[in-house]
Design a protein. Structure first.
Length: 81
């Protein structure tokens, strides 16, 4: 009973996290085929600037390269040579 409750809670938590994070992901602004007014172009460029400001922001604390070797592995490679 306890394991089933924990499993259900975990599944519900994952579903809620996916739904809330899915809404947070944004794509680039939709580009109109033709800009009718100069204000349309200005608004589009502002939205595009905001998009690239968010997407281009550095993500500190994340492991970017998963192919990093540990110090022990590098030591083993040197001894083989």
């Amino acid at each position: 009973m306890h394991k089933a409750l924990l499993s259900a809670l975990l599944v519900i938590s994952l579903v809620v996290a996916e739904v809330t994070c899915g809404e947070a992901r944004m794509g680039p602004p939709e580009r109109p085929q033709v800009f009718q007014r100069p204000e349309d172009l200005v608004n589009y460029l502002k939205a595009l600037n905001e998009y690239y400001a968010i997407v281009g922001r550095p993500r500190f604390g994340r492991s970017v390269n998963t192919n990093k070797r540990s110090v022990e592995e590098l030591g083993d490679l040197k001894s083989d040579e």
